[in-house]
Ligand binder design. Structure first.
Ligand code: 5AD
Ligand code: SF4
Length: 440
């Protein structure tokens, strides 16, 4: 058995990009306090799970994982286990009952207390640190990122929308933005370190509002793209009601901002959008899509969609299929609805679509979207695309994997290129999720 270094830690990250960015912040905070990153879970004295609560199956995955960790802790009682992120913030102290192996809990706003928490835990007792702090943006923390090519930069945290299905307002609290000067400082550092891609992230980036000067997101994006002219600039996630013409003009005008917008629709039916409290109709969504396409011709669009939300009728489902057929998204993240306790829907609506119906509708959505993605990807055969190489391909060291500006995954023959290179690739084959080709 490998010995575990008492002051070494390993973080396992579940969920969204915000959680990935938070793990980089946690790493920085623990390193500052004298802890070091362990090479593997097996050699770590502290294991942290940075968790996601967004859907029931995300929670199931973590429970499954906890069972495994419980076994590790039985074999080595000195191991310290912490749960961070959205599950403890959402389920509060009750989270401790998920597994006897859990020593401490920390919510998204309390990571600065982690070193003190670990100290306290080691002198006895289980501890929870779950206060909300709507002023916390982790300004001044220099995240310790895993890769050297792509960097996530959180520009705002939390969410003030109250989508009925969504747990995020309850796990991440009120919206707050990182000062413009802090974002720019971080971007300068990323440029100096040679990062090739910068993604500005937030639950709702269009609500970005600099606390000092009041700068809005379009101006921030413009400034970031000028500060990092050699890097690809991306952003996510946008709420349809907040997509502005000035943002679209910025994307169209700046050559290094990727022409890709992730715009979750959630349902194709105005009736369901109303129940979901999305704040717009499906006609308004279509108008936004038309505006996006007229200002940024050739833009790639992706979306999120939920099947079987409370009260969804067959005609609502058909409206979702119709929307997918009309818009022809490059990519969609597709889910069936699961109730999250405490949300608006859990309190005011009935989860009345039978599970078999939810799953059947989801399958229809997946089948349709896959065929659309496959057609769009087939159309790319014979074209030349610019790919930012990210890693070796999983299948072969002789191939690299990267992405186009429109966020399509491309696997291509290596021919001496390295991760981090921008490569012009001739596309020779396609599936519904990946393009394949050779450098031009
Ligand atoms: N059930 C199913 N999907 C959900 N999402 C959020 N909450 C739920 C839920 N309770 C989906 C939405 C969101 C994405 C991150 O997860 O589509 O945009
Ligand atoms: Fe999951 Fe939402 Fe938390 Fe991200 S913010 S980890 S998606 S619950």
């Amino acid at each position: 058995m490998t010995t575990r270094g008492k002051n070494t830690f390993y973080i396992h990250t579940f969920g969204c990009q915000m959680n990935q960015a938070d793990s980089a912040i946690i790493t920085a905070l623990l390193q500052q306090a004298g802890y070091t990153l362990a090479e593997s879970e097996e050699s770590a004295g502290i294991i942290l799970l940075n968790t996601c609560a967004v859907r029931e199956n995300a929670v199931d995955r973590i429970e499954h994982y906890l069972q495994r960790i419980q076994g590790m802790k039985k074999r080595d009682k000195t191991l310290t286990i912490g749960l961070a992120g959205c599950i403890p913030q959402f389920q509060r102290e009750e989270t401790l009952t998920l597994s006897p192996a859990i020593d401490f809990l920390a919510g998204p706003d309390t990571y600065r207390t982690l070193p003190a928490l670990i100290e306290q835990v080691r002198t006895g007792g289980n501890i929870a640190s779950l206060e909300f702090n709507s002023a916390e943006t982790y300004e001044g923390v220099d995240p310790v990122r895993q890769g050297v090519i792509s960097a996530l930069v959180p520009v705002m945290r939390g969410c003030n929308n109250m989508c009925a299905y969504c747990v995020v307002p309850f796990t991440r609290g009120r919206e707050r933005s990182q000062p413009f000067s802090a974002v720019m400082g971080e971007v300068k550092q990323l440029v100096a370190s040679g990062y090739r891609e910068i993604t500005l992230i937030g639950q709702n980036v269009n609500s970005y509002h600099d606390p000092e000067q009041g700068t809005h997101f379009a101006a921030l994006l413009d400034a970031v793209s000028r500060e990092a002219p050699e890097a690809r600039i991306r952003f996510t996630t946008s709420h349809p009601k907040d997509i502005s013409e000035s943002l679209l003009r910025t994307i169209a005008d700046r050559p290094n901002i990727c022409h890709h917008i992730h715009l979750p629709v959630q349902s194709g039916s105005t009736n369901m959008l109303g129940r979901m409290n999305r704040g717009h109709t499906i006609e308004e969504y279509r108008e936004k899509i038309a505006m996006i396409r007229s200002i940024i011709p050739g833009v790639a669009l992706s979306t999120d969609i939920i099947a079987g939300f409370c009260g969804e009728q067959e005609e609502d489902h058909q409206a979702s299929l119709k929307l997918l057929s009309e818009v022809r998204f490059d990519l969609a993240y597709m889910f069936f609805y699961s109730t999250r306790p405490g949300t608006l829907a859990a309190r005011t609506l009935v989860d009345d679509v039978p599970e078999t119906v939810k799953k059947r509708r989801l399958q229809e959505i997946i089948d349709l979207q896959n065929s659309i993605s496959a057609e769009l990807y087939q159309d790319a055969i014979g074209s030349v695309v610019e790919v930012l190489a990210e890693t070796e391909s999983k299948r072969s060291a002789g191939q690299l994997m990267g992405r186009t500006a429109s966020n399509r995954a491309v696997v291509f023959d290596r021919e001496g290129y390295q991760p981090g290179d921008l490569v012009r690739v001739l596309i020779t084959a396609a599936t519904s999720a990946t393009l394949t080709g050779q450098p031009e």
